[in-house]
Design a protein around this ligand. Sequence first.
Ligand code: URP
Ligand code: ZN
Length: 561
Amino acid sequence: MNGHHVKKIPIHLQSAQNRLLIKGGRVVNDDMMQDADVYIEDGIIKQVGTNLHTPGGTRVVEAKGHLVMPGGIDTHTHMQLPFMGTFAVDDFYTGTRAALAGGTTMIMDFAIPQKGESLVEAYHRWRSWADPKVCCDYALHVGVTWWCDKVGKEMEELTEEHGINSFKMFMAYKDTWQLDDHDLLESFKQCKEIGALAQVHAENGDIIKENTAKLLDMGITGPEGHELSRPEEVEAEATNRACVLANQIGCPLYICNIMSKSAASALGEHRRRGTLVWGETIAAALGTDGSHYYNPCWQHAAGHVLSPPLRNDSSTPSSLMELLDVGDLQTTGTDNCTFSASQKALGKDDFTKIPNGVNGVEDRMSVIWEKGVVSGKIDPCKFVAVTSTNAAKIFNIYPKKGRIAVGSDADIVVWNPHATRTISAKTHYQAVDFNIFEGMEVHGIADYVICHGRVVVEEGNVRAVSGMGKFVPTPSHSPYVYGRVQERDIANAPKKVDRAPYDGPVIQLNNQGLTQAVESSIIPTNQEFYTRGAQMNDKSPKRPSVKVHNPPGGKASGSFW
Ligand code: URP
Ligand code: ZN
């Protein structure tokens, strides 16, 4: 006993709380659909099938005509992130309550240390913020914003002792979080060493800095400057570079929040060449576009500022959805990092000061259903794959999460595919006063949401309690990610060529690295002369030569030039 007062619940109420039958629905997993009932006890799925035998006193949720799917996993959120001088307004309470309202039962947030700060301390700080507040389950990724050996050791400690299996490196945010290529390589090496997944925010921060200065000089200070300073190719270049660097190390890589067709195509090319890389896009990129940066209302335009930015191209959202369907992209997050109008106004005269971030945690499932399933681009199984299952596999929590099956956590959304709602900041649960999907009519509503076997959303009403959710440790060496790394390394290992040693003459270098020429080997060409090491049977016209500046025969062999 821990000394806390434990309130006894009468046995008949215990049954009602702990036993639940979802009846008459169509169960959807990433690989199959079946008409089946789902019986839950103590937060775990105990039976899936028809004509189930269930104990008396079991609560029944009628799901006829509904789809019964794994609760969503949002792979990318920033609740209450301290950022750009302020804090994201949705905290771990309002943010996770809103997640539940929309059918998401788990979020993955980021503990981000400042440059020079301990990663482990940052991790504990985030835990202390999240644990008392979360209404749904959560996991953490940890940021690597600087590099030294101690950072590497802390990554190991986080992996071995604190349930962290992914680390995020930023290729943007110069002068704060950005890593250069050397430090990226070091962090990739360490990720591989400890069996963690390397994640990157892929944008070229140096180019952004250059472009920003030019735009401000030109008097472009509004939110459109944000998008203009970081065009698609800036995202695509970093995506490609990250893939090349990770592939050189043989480290599995995950590209966060892919926002453009160019970046997605760079990733796709690498996947087809065999690079171990996975891609995430976000609800914002699937549901809206960058034309909003050109809206005459400053507040509206600033409300859409996030990084990488939305693209001013109306075909991007549907292209990204198609890439989720074909498997070039695998997961969907939101990058939920919300700032209200008065916070965004920090950048009213300078777009670089607009806090970056948008909403999405509440609406992700509906937006993807509307733009993906209702539009006929993906089927319900693929919807499940990209909203939960693929994330659970990549981050090594499958099939505990991301599947409706015996033994899995009872994190379930009972989805009404026919009902509609209109998204609005006036009616959403999130704390932020703006919604990038304002006015969008979506089919697909989470009629019931079950989290750990508890009904937390019931016909639109959310009954969530602070601290109800749990931290979910993510074990290292995810088989989905690391399953072929060892064999791949062996198969691709460089092979030495066995050959007889060279036994001809070798030129001598003096201690300044200059050539000590052999008189007989000096060949004049105009005013410059080249020494060549004589070699038996040498017919090659392309022998490497060393340029020297001295007259032929001017110095005796053995002296220095
Ligand atoms: O705009 C964004 N994405 N804000 C949050 C910080 C980040 O880059 O993830
Ligand atoms: Zn982010």
